[in-house]
Design a protein around this ligand. Structure first.
Ligand code: WTA
Length: 637
């Protein structure tokens, strides 16, 4: 497969960038013409940010799986599409060629049809990192069902919220999942979630760990039994449904500054074009290469850069079931050596954690296959960048620092590996079609260089979110209302003299813990559900491995147990309500929170204390009761 739109030089980048801004219709129309459309579009782009109303390739019809699978069969049929590396290094790995993956996706698409799933229905997927997870997603896309994948670390309560919000009547899950030394019981979490969701018609359960599961008659069926039925039907070819370009492909829930996660909606045409274009250009993928993205498919990185981007490009995408530090901190490097990985895409948090275990775990592994390295999800500090560059990239593999978000579907700001220059800790330059602007505290655009501001986008790219599921107004107020006619990212950003962008972190009440987005309001809601908790306030603080840690100030008037036990109990509640990823790293008990006279918590002060910056707390005279600050400083942990 060749990629006529793969940018090969910095001059070409500049020229393509210019064209994408000046003539977006011609530019994206040309790129989209390299995909397989059932019907050509009438209009490339139509948009206004006010409402917002954004449409790409309107009138066009397309099926994403036809582009990810069918169109490769003649030329790449025997090429590995997925390589699956299991949690336990002693177990066998699996390879699925494009032909095999196509076959399995058709089988499971038929299973979905047999179980009553129709175009437009929402299917919630809650599985571990096994090929069947990708197969389930692609099978949904094939028949036009809208998948909503939920990360395997979320609790029953979080699942129920999402299943309810999307009104997903169908669930695909596993009995359990392996993660390092742990064996997670997924189906039992689903069972707890569904107590609240009686409208669910069918739960399809794929076997992985063989822990005992309760199967409810009339509702639950085994994946394997359903496949057998399809086999007796003679393994039908399931015709890919021609979807409107703007029909939803999936919903993915993400945290914001309010308590309730929102269902970000991506559509078929624009999402496919954007994830493919960015994959091919940022990583400079070459047809024979093995590409390994370590993200979980439950997050946007897995959707776009394990499944849709690589497969639409006919790439070989490696899926890893386990964790970087089990059985030891050499696990990634063992995988790189074993499968001769050429492109490795991971998170700064993983790099910092492996760096902490020491370079001895990289030694003894042949990493010479590595050609390109990537990072995503959070700012990368210089120390981690240098370590990655030296010990993994042998000072020669370009590192792409890719900045983007669930809402953007794919990478917006990044260097292109080996084509445009890297600058450590900088995401560097916008991709074609991406028009960043920095906004000052008065809401004015800052046009100069060497300045910081809030990062916004001036115009849509094909992968921009279209709405938030069931609540378009929320999409407008969250992203398009802060600044008129701009998409607001929620990130702060610095632009250097050369126009390189460096993302400095969130400017809203969203934390980034180990590259996972967590809203402080969500954590507070969970803590407040704990018996005896009167009120709480959550802020982030710098954490050596996780990037940000969660610091909770809690007013507690319960009587049960000592402080340590209460902390553990509160953590148990947070795990129960959201999931273990949202557990506070530190809990400080306080008698009061610093509030203004109008009752607003002054988080600035709480942040400073959590960051251990106990001097210069700024003006505290507007506080209702300034004495609480002294108590908070004294109790700092
Ligand atoms: C942060 C993950 C600095 C940022 C793809 C953004 C980054 C949030 C980078 C989105 C990067 C992502 N450098 N910060 N290269 N990439 N972020 O939705 O704060 O899980 O807003 O998407 O992660 O997180 P999300």
């Amino acid at each position: 497969m060749s990629y006529p739109y793969q940018i090969k030089s910095i001059e070409e980048y500049k020229q393509q960038y210019k064209k994408s801004v000046e003539q977006p219709d011609e530019f994206w129309g040309e790129i989209a013409s390299h995909f397989k459309w059932r019907k050509k579009w009438n209009k490339v782009l139509d948009w206004e940010f006010k409402t917002p109303q954004i449409s790409w390739f309107a009138g066009g019809q397309i099926n994403v799986t036809e582009n990810c699978l069918d169109r490769h069969l003649d030329t790449l049929g025997n090429k590995p599409a997925l390589i699956w590396e299991p949690n336990n290094p002693e177990d066998f790995f699996r390879v699925l060629t494009y032909k095999e993956l196509h076959f399995k996706v058709n089988q499971f698409a038929q299973v979905l049809l047999n179980n009553g799933v129709k175009k437009g229905d929402r299917v919630c997927i809650y599985m571990g990192m096994i090929p069947e997870l990708s197969i389930a997603m692609l099978a949904c896309a094939r028949i036009g069902a809208v998948h909503s994948v939920i990360f395997g670390g979320f609790s029953a309560q979080s699942i129920a919220d999402r299943v309810e919000d999307a009104h997903a009547e169908y669930i695909v899950t596993c009995d359990g999942a392996y993660r390092g030394a742990k064996d997670v019981a997924l189906k039992s979490v689903i069972d707890d979630a569904l107590v609240r969701c009686q409208f669910v018609r069918r739960v399809i359960v794929c076997t992985r760990t063989r822990i005992p599961v309760s199967m409810i008659k009339g509702r639950d069926v085994w994946w394997e039994d359903e496949i057998k039925k399809v086999e007796t039907q003679g393994n039908p070819f399931v015709e890919p449904v021609a979807m409107e370009a703007e029909d939803p492909l999936f919903i993915l829930y993400t945290s914001g500054s309010t308590g309730k996660p929102k269902g970000v909606v991506h559509t078929c045409g624009g999402y496919l074009v954007w994830t493919n274009y960015t994959f091919v250009n940022v990583f400079q993928y070459k047809p024979e290469e093995i590409y390994f993205c370590t993200a979980d498919i439950g997050w946007i990185t897995g959707h776009s850069y394990i499944v849709y981007g690589p497969l639409s490009a006919g790439a070989t995408s490696l899926i890893f079931e386990g964790i970087p530090t089990w059985p030891d901190a050499g696990r990634f490097w063992e995988i790189v050596e074993k499968h001769k990985v050429n492109i490795l895409y991971t998170a700064p948090t993983a790099i910092r954690s492996l760096m902490g275990h020491g370079e001895m775990f990289t030694q003894g592994h042949d990493l010479s296959s590595i050609r390109v390295l990537g990072t995503v999800g959070e700012p990368i500090n210089l120390e981690a960048w240098n370590w990655y560059n030296k010990y993994i990239g042998n000072n020669s593999a370009p590192i792409v620092d890719t900045w983007w978000q669930t809402e953007t579907a794919g990478i917006l700001i990044s260097n292109l590996a080996g084509v445009t220059p890297a600058k450590p800790t900088y995401a560097t330059l916008p991709l074609p079609g991406v028009q960043p602007v920095l906004i000052d505290e008065n809401g004015k655009e800052i046009e100069s260089f060497g300045v910081s501001g809030n990062l916004c986008m001036k115009a849509p790219w094909p992968g921009i979110l279209r709405t938030t599921w069931g609540d378009h107004e929320r999409c407008r107020t969250t992203y398009f209302a802060t600044y008129a006619d701009l998409y607001f990212t929620g990130d702060g950003c610095f632009r250097d003299q050369e126009g390189n962008y460096r993302i400095t972190g969130r400017v809203d009440d969203v934390l980034n813990v180990s590259g996972h987005r967590i809203g402080t309001a969500e954590v507070e809601n969970a803590i407040n559900m704990h018996e005896g908790v009167v009120e709480s306030a959550v802020v982030g603080y710098p954490h050596d491995i996780k990037g940000q840690g969660i610091y909770a100030y809690v007013i507690y008037n319960g009587t049960h147990g000592d402080a340590e036990q209460t902390r553990n109990n509160i953590n148990a509640t947070v795990s129960r309500i959201i999931g273990p990823i949202a557990k506070p790293d530190k809990i400080q008990f306080v008698n009061g929170l610093p509030k203004t006279r109008s009752g607003k918590i002054m988080r600035r002060i709480l942040r400073k204390v959590a960051e251990n910056e106990l001097e210069n707390l700024g003006d505290t005279t507007t506080l209702l009761d300034p004495s609480v600050v002294d108590e908070i400083i004294q109790g700092h942990i």
